[in-house]
Ligand binder design. Structure first.
Ligand SMILES: CC(=O)[C@@H](O)[C@H](O)COP(=O)(O)O
Ligand SMILES: NCC(=O)COP(=O)(O)O
Length: 263
């Protein structure tokens, strides 16, 4: 255990907030022009079900979340003062326009390329510090919390904090893919060490990417101080699976009704 980290951080005085990433709802919606599934309606449903936040990652190619979605979800979030709106993206592409226009609770800076398949790495320090600095300053001056997407590298955390960012989001793909393998425990220990270094540097901690119902509990038990997990891909896939049986029954009812004798 890192001696610079207060034991309370391991005592888990908080409960981690679940921010639902709705990118994949928009991805499905975008394959037709009839507005279903409805991103705002399902985000409201997620909040009503107990999610504490909504996350979007409006990529420059608008393959899933579009500009209008970001604005519509901002309007929805005004009705949920206890929930947080987290907008992710590259501040050197399209992200800062949303920050300036909407001032969400949190913005997560992610170093993706314009056509990135999905996020696959965090920022690097000292290399990225100078160019990030003015954008972090600007977002914070607008009252927006800044979180930096980071690989689980303990020696990067002090430099991340030196930029003025309040949080880091630990990129959890490496944990998720090692989970359940012989390398799983060692990989998890890297996240624990990174979180301890972040806490020692005065950073708060988020985590996300490929978290799911199989790997989430173990992660949160081992990694101290995680205030928010953002989960999208697996959660939306689970929602399809868990909702499929009832949906099939409902369609069968519709078919049955067509053949029922009128009363
Ligand atoms: C920043 C991050 O962790 C990503 O998980 C991202 O938000 C997901 O993006 P896609 O839904 O486009 O894969
Ligand atoms: N920041 C990570 C996120 O929002 C969702 O990632 P994933 O669960 O879709 O992999």
């Amino acid at each position: 255990m890192n001696p610079l980290v207060a034991p309370e951080a391991h005592a888990r005085p908080h409960r981690t907030a679940l921010s639902v990433n709705v990118n994949k709802i928009a991805l499905l919606r975008n394959t037709r022009h009839i507005g279903i599934p409805d991103v705002v309606k399902l985000s409201r449903q997620a909040l009503e079900a107990g999610a504490q936040g909504i996350t979007v990652h409006p990529r420059p190619d608008a393959r899933h979340i579009r500009t209008q979605d970001v604005h519509d979800l901002h309007a929805l979030m005004q009705q949920w003062p206890e929930a947080e709106y987290n907008i992710e993206g590259n501040p050197f592409h399209n992200l800062m326009g949303f920050v300036r226009a909407l001032r969400p609770h949190q913005v997560t800076f992610v170093p993706d390329s314009e056509d990135q398949f999905t996020s696959d790495h965090g920022w690097r320090f000292p290399e990225d510090a100078a160019r990030l600095q003015p954008l972090i300053d600007e977002a914070r001056a607008l009252g927006v919390r800044v979180s930096l997407f980071m690989d689980p590298l303990p020696d990067q955390m002090a430099a991340a904090r030196a930029t003025g960012a309040e949080r880091v989001e630990l990129y959890t793909e490496a944990y998720a893919s090692a989970h359940g393998t012989p390398q799983g425990a060692a990989m998890l220990a890297r996240y624990t060490a990174a979180a301890e270094a972040a806490l020692a540097a005065g950073l708060e901690i988020n985590a996300g990417h490929d978290l799911n119902r199989d790997n989430l509990t173990e992660f949160l038990r081992a990694v101290p101080g995680v205030l928010e997990v953002s989960i999208g891909h697996a959660l939306i896939a689970d929602a399809l699976e868990l909702g499929l049986t009832e949906t099939i029954r409902d369609y069968q009812r519709c078919i049955q009704n067509a053949f029922a004798r009128p009363a």
